[in-house]
Write a protein that binds this ligand. Structure first.
Ligand SMILES: *Cc1c(COP(=O)(O)O)cnc(C)c1O
Length: 355
């Protein structure tokens, strides 16, 4: 076995909610730790999945995801050949690392950020250069520029960033891209639909700059985390190279059918985004009132600071709410839930502070 594998710390996935609930002996448990969609998914997805012809079970899926590819290409005015599909963005991150990183190469990340970029770099025996975020949680673009060198192969920009929730404008990203014309810049837009501060237009950048990759998933705003489907948009010549590494039938038919139905129901997406924005504002007001420090979020979660955060997290867990811990000392990441859960969480945090 490769030595590097023995030394790895694996990504620890969330336990199934029912199992965790039983383990802790809780009557109620709401998961606000995985940035899942609290509003479920479009009812049109349910219909599409039920209507899927079971008789195709013995056939391999469409390895090109042709219909979904056409829909996405049309929506963003892309060449369909620019798109590569994956089993969630998780698989895309693994594929990108496999294609672009060799032992001794470097990748650049802004920290804290999604842990899988670094994990996959380690698997490829590449080293990871970390540039801490600014005081407001935003990306330190000039620090990133300074950190680029001849060994740098990949630059990850998670936008909005997980876990800080902070958003960088398309203009700022474009400025950065122009300064690193020979480096591949990967823009992970898992949460992009939740942005209401501007209408992001990074898809346009994939037509203008061959070094830009835009990554999207159906797991978050579309509520399809269980189906495992995502995609990235590349310059055509890079997409062709990625296709060589992709497993031929990586995305199954039910996932394709579900994603198509979800993608076409923009109405559902708009409603989710609207409700999320309202609850985000409510949480910001709450944190402001209690003078709890948090980063300005444009996503469906908020990262906030609390003294001995682990203890607060444990108190919330005993009261039925699971938050994400261990991302940064004394900080917690709270997925923005429904209005009811949001009000309950606020009450609990306020009461905890009084104890
Ligand atoms: C959730 C998440 C992903 C992974 O999503 P998939 O379910 O694998 O598509 C990718 N990037 C970030 C930043 C995420 O938070």
């Amino acid at each position: 076995m490769r030595e590097v594998i023995k030394k790895l710390q694996p990504y620890v996935p969330e336990k199934p909610l029912e199992i965790l609930k039983d383990e802790l002996g809780l009557k109620k448990l709401v998961r606000l730790s995985a940035n899942e969609n609290p509003y479920g998914t479009s009812p049109k997805v349910k219909k599409a999945v039920i209507d899927w012809t079971y008789e195709q079970s013995n056939r391999y899926p469409d390895g090109n995801a042709s219909e979904l590819r056409q829909l996405i290409a049309k929506r963003f005015s892309l060449d369909p050949k620019q798109i590569v599909f994956s089993v969630g963005l998780d698989e895309m991150i693994a594929m990108l690392s496999r294609v672009f990183l060799e032992p001794g190469d470097e990748e650049l990340i802004s920290t804290p950020t999604f842990s899988e970029y670094a994990l996959n770099a380690e698997i490829e025996e590449a080293s990871i250069k970390k540039v801490p975020v600014l005081n407001n949680g935003g990306i330190d673009f000039s620090g990133m520029l300074e950190a680029v060198n001849s060994k740098t192969k990949l630059i990850w920009l998670c936008n909005p960033n997980n876990p800080t929730g902070t958003y960088e404008t398309t203009a700022d990203i474009e400025k950065f891209i122009q300064q690193v014309p020979n480096k591949l810049v990967l823009i992970d837009e898992a949460y992009i639909d939740f942005v209401d501060q501007e209408k992001p237009s990074t898809m346009e950048l994939t037509k203008k700059y061959p070094n830009v990759v835009v990554m999207r998933t159906f797991s978050k705003v579309y509520g399809l985390a269980n189906f495992r489907i995502g995609y990235s948009v590349f310059a055509k010549q890079i997409a062709e190279q990625m296709q060589k590494v992709r497993l031929p039938y990586n995305v199954n038919s039910i996932a394709q059918v579900a994603a198509k139905a979800a993608f076409e129901d923009q109405n559902f997406v708009d409603q989710v985004v609207q409700k999320n924005s309202e609850q985000r504002i409510s949480l910001e007001r709450f944190f402001n009132r209690l003078e709890i420090k948090y980063y300005q979020s444009q996503a469906n979660f908020i990262f906030f600071k609390y003294p001995e955060a682990e203890k607060l997290a444990n108190y919330l867990l005993q009261n039925g709410y699971l938050l994400r811990t261990e991302l940064k000392k004394d900080w917690l990441r709270l997925t923005i839930g429904t209005k009811e859960d949001n009000q309950e969480i606020q009450k609990l945090i306020e009461n905890y502070g009084r104890e």
